[in-house]
Ligand binder design. Structure first.
Ligand SMILES: [Cu+2]
Length: 342
């Protein structure tokens, strides 16, 4: 384990909790799922719906795939995120296990545990809560924030958060609901005797205070100093389900010129979401500060019809990707290179 020497020992144990949506092993691969999305949009069999914006089309899940539905956006709406994904998965996992056969995390009553949450999913944001407990968020994407106590938090694809929790006595469900989709992942936290919760258990904490990590305040020692941007790049996020195609500034990756920056510049990216679904936007090679909260991150949720601006210092020369962390969106075009000029 790598320990940060500045990190005070405020917890007794650490658990890594990986959230995922899962299709492999159900008779289909992610590539086949993508092909189905593209196929749906390619045949024009929805009569006149081609090119309509995401979320403006019919609500019936299509595709006729066993155990999976796609494109039923109006059945995949989150009050927090808007359009929450393109695919209703057959399984949502915590540490590789389905809710009927969950991982058990063993602790002791009153122990302070750090839980490192990672959303490794392709198309699913998760709302996470631990039944009977409140969580204190201490870091997002590896950077400290002003500690914030909450009942639940939402992580988009690619986002990470560290939370600390003081454990109660018994058996508790750690639940990750697929935001806007209905299914969930489950792990058990056991510190004593108690019955095992039902796989579909819904802790009340899920519907109390819910934090989105972009709103967290950076802790003072990692705050980006205040500076006027030397360069602003505006990235308008667009796309459609039919054809299945996701864009930045109206074009897909192959047709986009790199965004230029110069070493030493303070760069601002403005993510302008013109679609009806959320996009977790990810920047490689740099850690940005979310304008407003100051949270230091590399992946930020941009909800529908919202603009999120992020600032970073161009201090890592090279060629770097910026993309939506919905992997189906990235794969079909919502990705751009940024490049250092000489
Ligand atoms: Cu996206």
């Amino acid at each position: 384990m790598v320990e940060d020497r500045r990190e005070p020992g405020r917890y007794d144990a650490e658990w890594i909790v990986v959230l995922d949506d899962w299709v492999d092993g159900t008779g289909r691969t992610p590539d086949q799922v993508l092909a189905s999305l593209q196929d749906m949009g390619g045949h024009g069999d929805m009569g006149g719906m081609s090119g309509m914006d995401h979320g403006n089309m019919g609500s019936a899940p299509m595709a006729g795939m066993s155990g999976m539905s796609m494109g039923g956006m109006e059945t995949m709406i989150s009050p927090l995120l808007g359009g929450a994904g393109d695919i209703a998965y057959p399984h949502y996992l915590i540490n590789g296990r389905i809710p009927a056969a969950p991982v058990t995390l063993i602790g002791r009553p009153r122990q302070r545990v750090r839980i490192r949450l990672v959303n490794a999913a392709s198309d699913t944001a998760f709302r996470v809560a631990l039944g009977g407990h409140r969580l204190t968020v201490t870091h997002t994407d590896g950077f400290p924030v002003a500690p914030t106590t909450t009942d639940a938090l939402v992580l988009g694809m690619g986002e990470r958060a560290d939370v600390t929790v003081e454990l109660g006595d018994g058996v508790f469900p750690l639940v990750a609901v697929a935001e806007g989709k209905g299914g969930q992942g489950l792990a058990l936290v056991r510190t004593g005797v108690g019955g095992v919760p039902n796989p579909s258990v819904r802790p009340v904490e899920l519907d109390r205070r819910v934090v989105i990590t972009a709103a967290l305040k950076a802790s003072d020692d990692v705050a980006l100093d205040s500076r006027t941007p030397d360069r602003v790049h505006r990235l308008v996020l667009g796309g459609s389900m039919m054809p299945y195609r996701w864009t930045i500034n109206g074009a897909t990756f192959d047709d986009l010129d790199p965004l230029l920056v110069k070493q030493g510049e303070r760069v601002r990216l403005e993510f302008v979401n013109e679609t009806t679904m959320f996009h977790p936007m990810h920047v490689h090679g740099h850690t940005f500060a979310v304008v407003g909260s100051g949270a230091r991150k590399d992946t930020v949720i941009v909800t529908p019809k919202q603009t999120v601006s992020v600032d970073f210092d161009a201090d890592n020369p090279g060629q770097w990707m910026t993309h939506c962390h919905n992997i189906y969106h990235a794969e079909t075009g919502m990705m751009i290179n940024f490049a250092y000029q000489a």
